[in-house]
Design a protein around this ligand. Structure first.
Ligand code: SF4
Length: 336
């Protein structure tokens, strides 16, 4: 059954929900291997280079109340995270962006907490686009409005990210009691209406079912400008309400990355190095991902605590993994 579905996917035919669910239900190592290899083949057939995305965290001061139960990023949520509140000044954002550009990484994500109606994102877009030639993704969740989205468009922001995390509304309400799923969906719609590229991903291992993941992957099809899907495995951040929830297994992350690739052949599939773990970067690539996020160069000016876990991928180490796997990257100079 699995082989038949994978053959259909390789031919480029669209899969039905029940077929995608069958892939998620695959459990033997042979079946999972088959799914993962098919996904990597699909990516390689498009001879895609592996994109690297670095990051600047703009602020961890978040007005969402109560805080999302898994959050270790916002100030005072986790002793492993940033913990102390910060709001980066223009010079700090510029210094970080220039260090990323000088390292040969071509793309940066500017992300931050909620409570600014996108003004922090617009400010970062202005700084990045007026001073560097970096590709830019902004991720301030649903803390955006029509005005800030239009301004992001004026500054030629390449991608706007608003992760739905899960489309299981009961689970969403439990995990994110200070937010509404429908508001995140509205932001994704507004991004698409403005024809800005949308990035919107899944946070997995939170208690969602395979059916929820299938529904989520199909739900994303409605957004006309969808260009990127991040797959983020849950990791518990110390001191948070979910500190004792088990982390999402590598097997589940690989399976979900691979199935997303099988469903979405041409889309950018992003794996943040903090969520899969810097030591596991190669497994995300084996499963068909083509963008590694939160890749930090040696000369980066500040401490980084990853969103999703306090670790991150170091540029040199990530480049070594990509090279050993025989894959190509969009990094300007792999010897740097
Ligand atoms: S996950 Fe984002 S929106 Fe939720 S509390 Fe943390 S910073 Fe705020």
């Amino acid at each position: 059954m699995i082989t038949k579905i994978l053959k259909k996917a390789l031919k480029g035919d669209s899969l039905q929900k029940n077929e995608v669910l069958t892939l998620f239900n695959a459990n033997s190592s042979e079946e999972i291997q088959n799914i993962v290899e098919t996904a990597a083949n699909i990516r390689n057939l498009a001879s895609k280079k592996i994109k690297l995305t670095s990051t600047v965290h703009l602020t961890n001061i978040c007005q969402v109340t109560p805080k999302c139960k898994y959050c270790g990023f916002a100030s005072k949520t986790s002793s492993e995270g940033y913990y102390h509140p910060f709001y980066k000044k223009k010079e700090e954002i510029l210094k970080a962006a220039l260090s990323v550009e000088n390292s040969g990484i071509s793309r940066i994500s500017c992300s931050g907490a909620h409570g600014y109606r996108g003004k922090h994102a617009v400010n970062a877009a202005k700084i990045v686009k007026e001073n560097t030639s970096l590709e830019l993704l902004v991720n301030v969740g649903s803390d955006l409005n029509t005005q800030s989205l239009k301004e992001l468009s004026i500054y030629e922001t390449d991608t706007v990210c608003c992760n739905l995390e899960t489309v299981n509304e009961t689970l969403f309400n439990d995990l994110k009691p200070g937010e509404k799923l429908k508001h995140r969906v509205q932001i994704c719609e507004m991004v698409s209406e403005l024809d800005l590229e949308l990035s919107s991903g899944l946070l997995i291992g939170l208690g969602e079912s395979y059916k929820d993941r299938v529904n989520h992957l199909f739900f994303l099809k409605q957004f006309s400008s969808l260009g990127e899907i991040p797959i983020m495995g849950f990791n518990p951040y110390k001191d948070t309400p979910m500190a004792n929830h088990p982390p999402c297994s590598l097997k589940e992350q690989m399976k979900t990355i691979a199935i997303t690739r099988i469903m979405y052949n041409d889309i950018r599939i992003t794996v943040p190095t903090p969520t899969i773990g810097p030591e596991n970067v190669k497994y995300s690539l084996m499963a068909g991902a083509d963008n590694l996020a939160t890749v930090i160069p040696e000369n980066y000016p500040t401490i980084v605590k990853g969103v999703g876990s306090p670790t991150y991928g170091n540029l040199k180490e990530v480049l070594k993994v990509i090279e050993l796997m025989g894959l190509k990257t969009d990094h300007f100079n792999a010897s740097k």
